[in-house]
Design a protein around this ligand. Sequence first.
Ligand code: FAD
Length: 1023
Amino acid sequence: MVIPLFPKLQLFDHILFHLLNVLLLVEWEVRNHIPSGTVLKALSSGGENGPWMKFMRAEITIEDFLQEFRKLCSEISKTDMSVDFFSFLLTNEQVVKQFPVMTETITQIRAKGLQTALLSNNFFLPNGKSFLPLDRKQFDVVVESCLEGICKPDPRIYKLCLERLGRKPSECILLEDLGPNLKAAASLGIHTIKVNDPETAVKELKTLLGFTLRTVVPNTRPVRKTMEIPKDSLEKYLRDLLGIQTTGPLELLQFDHGQSNPTYYIKLANQQMVLRKKPPGTLLPSAHAVEREFRIMKALKNAGVPVPKVLDLCEDSRIVGTPFYVMEYCSGLTYKDPSLPGLKPSQRQAIYTAMNRVLCKIHSVDLKATGLEDYGKHGDYITRQVQTWIKQYRATETSTIPAMERLIEWLPLHLPSQQRTTVVHGDFRLDNLLFHPETNEVLAVLDWELSTLGDPLADVAYSCLAHYLPSSFPIQPGLGDCDLTKLGIPTAEEYFRMYCLHMGIPPTENWNFYMAFSFFRVAAILQGVYKRSLTGQASSATAEQSGKLTEFMSNLAWDFAVKEGFRVFKEMPPTRPLTRSHHTWARPQFPPRTLGRRSYVTSTDSSPAHASKGALVFSPEGLSPPVWEVYQRLKQFIERHVYPAEPELQSHQASAERWTPSPLVEDLKEKAKAEGLWNLFLPIETDPERKYGAGLTNVEYAHLCELMGTSLYAPEIFNCSAPDTGNMEVLVRYGTEEQKARWLTPLLEGKARSCFAMTEPQVASSDATNIESSIREEDGFYVINGHKWWISGILDPRCQLCVFMGKTDPHAPRHQQQSVLLVPMDTPGIKIIRPLTVYGLEDAPGGHGEVLFEKVRVPKENMVLGPGRGFEIAQGRLGPGRIHHCMRLIGCSERALALMKARAKSRVAFGKPLVEQGTLLADIAQSRVEIEQARLLVLKAAHVMDVAGNKAAALDIAMIKMVAPSMASRVIDRAIQAFGAAGLSNDFPLAQFFAGARALRFADGPDEVHRAAVAKMELKHGL
Ligand SMILES: Cc1cc2nc3c(=O)[nH]c(=O)nc-3n(C[C@H](O)[C@H](O)[C@H](O)COP(=O)(O)OP(=O)(O)OC[C@H]3O[C@@H](n4cnc5c(N)ncnc54)[C@H](O)[C@@H]3O)c2cc1C
């Protein structure tokens, strides 16, 4: 028998029943008047080559063995001996029953996460099966001599066993009764224990391993000094209660768990019980209510829920100092580690299924029939819980934890609309359950201290917390880094689904909310522990650790809040048209318009079939209800969070830290994500299954994008900023699954940023076919050499991907020379020469870089679409991605005009407000008209893209690119003029707006190129 020390495994040999055999043999010798020791002598006769060893190595049959053995015994005993009874002894299962102490030891060892192995010298039976009258499931590895053709003490058999266990000799302990076998193992470096008597051997093993192996009552220990209870009065009470007449001492142990309500194991006259009492001292009236525990367990037992049978509630404090109750003791297995080490995948699956089923049973209890209707309040459980835990957290808060702040704001706003009321356990987790060691059924659900009436989904979510914690988590090991499929454990999603299925309820869509709430609750509890540890006697290291855990848990909670935000947004009903129409129309106004800036109504269409995408909606109020709702939330978000942040963001851009992203932006990004205001840009056309984005039409997004355009900082906050949007679209449209996993996911999550590298200083880059940078194939790689500039975003430390355009084949047809490669930014050979400025503005932290690419080696699989497809990709990339600039420019112009109007109303010159000066009035009117014209054209282009595709919209796209940047430059310029010198300063966003709009007369392709395109198409069309 071998037991590894750490990471612990155990190897048993035949010892489990071997000793019993020997005893029986001795008895048989006496009964048959055969000299004592005859059989053992015969067995060892001939050593390695004796009949017994040959038989064990399956070199001879049982008949041959018995024949030789009989001969040997007869020679030794000097009588003619029959060995028939011996063969019966060897194989009779009654005779070779496993020692109970060994069974228990194996169970204990495996419960601690150790492996066990059986290394057995055995033989084949006449039926051809190997003889091993044991439950093989007890062992991770079984090595049988007759199968391997090797016997102990041959070192090879030990080595084989170690190899199968994947352990070193020093990690193992062997339990064995035969000296030569022990010696051989020890010579290999295996720890050994000589077994003369199983009980003593187990004791020795316990010392070596450092934990209890023979606990009569698992998870108990002697009663703590401070927790002692008067035995005499308790014994008298129990004798009266149970009518026990027999004498005998009362055994009392304390359970490890039950820190809140001390829990004791009692044995009296062979009756095993558990006593649970309130802790001593002054208590809050509602706390430690053992009376409630007694009540619920009694009711649930009657309803068929597996709970220990309660025997009596004693509210008389004279017996043990406080009220208590007594229940029957249930023996079974508790699993502390949720990965259930040492068990088979099928067993794990069975355990988690049983756990799920029992939870369903608890939640299906008929409140009326069980008399539990008044066990708690009905309805709004989560609402009350959220408030309770916010209050608790506030009461113990020690410093600001950003995720907790966000959750405190988020949770009350996202409460589930429907909450059922059932019995809830309140602390439902694996280690509060007792399992049957063989059937894996739940024998009892323990610890009902936090039970009440409430929303059952809170229990389901709570029981999945371990799924998201790392296995090394200090409070309890988790499953976060485990391969659940391999282990046979259902994922949290599967567990939720399984629950819904058993309960016969629709799938729980907002389970991310419940997970967020559960982690928030745990974070609030941990904060309480932290606070107490700061004021109490806990060491500073412990205090610090629980403080960190609060933050860790709150971040996990926030991750779920973010996921829920995404889900809510994605759940919004799609409004995609069934067929494309090329005419322009708009839906009736939704909702009736009373407020707002733009109040015009567009044409109407009463057909509900048209209440869908493809509509040319001129004003936001005409958007379908869900998109209108997003529009309003986006507007509110920008007004509440983005405009007020602008001064701080601007000063960050002027500070020495400007090349590091502002933490405020990151914070606002998290907020926006949680609100579902995230990745709104990907058109439904590109992402029809709405796998990646919000699935809006270009027209719908145009209205939202316009809002984002009112602040230079807004697009990034909603993960809708260039150049990432264009690059993400490239990846969605053309990327392989691997490319998507590597680049698209972090970009969509806002964890990474990217840049697009096309323009080169040495060539006129408005003509993409001029691009010269070379992409050469070399040793299975692509090697890039080139000089680029104006590469926006490349200086951002978060920039992980450069979408690079270069020439793969200078001899191919003009539009097939270019290719697009995905270049990781940490590839050696990328040298940023300098940041360029636009009117002196650096646009940090992304900037616009001049960059050298020198011998940059990129794996071949980073090519997008294939060599020579660059032009095609660039065209695709410049579709929707580029009209976003125009959409934003409308918003930017609107804000400039609004600022201009406010300023002109508030300043007086030459005796009257500026707004009354004729020229300003003309400027305001001119700006309004130009904005409206441009907006209509932008919306039209978006609409044509929606209904006829990007290609058909080429003329409209070229027109808006021609119109929008110059319109915005003019409107902003007028606003600057109205502001006076202040308009040029950084005190207002106008100067930056102007620089941006002016730059877009190049950045999006020079005006002239768009004009040429429009003219070309116009002429072609006219002919
Ligand atoms: C703020 C900013 C950010 C940018 N970001 C990026 C980026 O991230 N990645 C990237 O690759 N590039 C970027 N660019 C570069 C931008 O795409 C190029 O500036 C643009 O394509 C023009 O190329 P060019 O500068 O080489 O001008 P050129 O091609 O040299 O053109 C110069 C001028 O020639 C005239 N001209 C050109 N073609 C025609 C024509 N057909 N008819 C009549 N006149 C014509 C126009 O007046 C034009 O302005 C950015 C530029 C700016 C200003």
